[in-house]
Design a protein around this ligand. Structure first.
Ligand SMILES: Nc1nc2c(ncn2[C@@H]2O[C@H](COP(=O)(O)OP(=O)(O)OP(=O)(O)O)[C@@H](O)[C@H]2O)c(=O)[nH]1
Length: 148
């Protein structure tokens, strides 16, 4: 669930970043502030959710994690291991992301939208026309099966 190998500008493409920490490892909680500051530098308005993971191992749902409160961010208690709240988390994150995408005034989103459109145009250009595609052989199901 970590994201330390992803640059924040790249991360900011996702329209509802999840800041996940491990309830058993304090350092992961402490690191949230650094990630959050960096995120806000690039995306001041983007919705963000704080996720306390691994609640199957230790019951911390009564504990108040001040980071989320301090920045008025929604906080979800989840377990990626047993699935507690995972679907709810992603449903809500998608809702926030869609709403943000529809209402965003952020110029970064306009840029990403342009890039998305550009990619689509490129893909259309790359798709061979009907005549060419009919001559392309597709492997049979049997040949494509990894077990054959
Ligand atoms: N008990 C429990 N273990 C979990 C849960 N989520 C992940 N783990 C375990 O935690 C370990 C790290 O999980 P990863 O998915 O590699 O997460 P990561 O953020 O890349 O982990 P780090 O390398 O610790 O930063 C693995 O052994 C997982 O099985 C959870 O909800 N509950």
């Amino acid at each position: 669930m970590g994201c330390r190998n992803i640059d924040i500008p790249e991360l900011s493409f996702f329209l509802c970043p999840l800041q996940v920490f491990d309830v058993q490892r304090k350092v992961t909680y402490r690191n949230l502030s650094t990630w959050y500051t960096e995120l806000r530098e690039f995306r001041p308005e983007i919705p963000c959710i704080v996720v306390a993971n691994k609640i199957d191992d230790i019951n911390v749902t009564q504990k108040s994690f001040s980071f989320a409160k301090k920045f008025s961010l929604p906080l979800y208690f989840v377990s990626a291991a047993d699935g507690t709240n995972v679907v709810k988390l992603f449903n809500d994150a998608i809702r926030l992301a869609v709403s943000y995408k529809q209402n965003s005034q952020d110029f970064m989103d306009e840029i990403f939208q342009e890039l998305e459109n550009f990619n689509l145009e490129q893909e259309e250009e790359d798709v061979p026309d009907q005549e060419q595609s009919s001559s392309i052989e597709t492997p049979s199901e049997e040949a494509a099966s990894p077990h054959s």
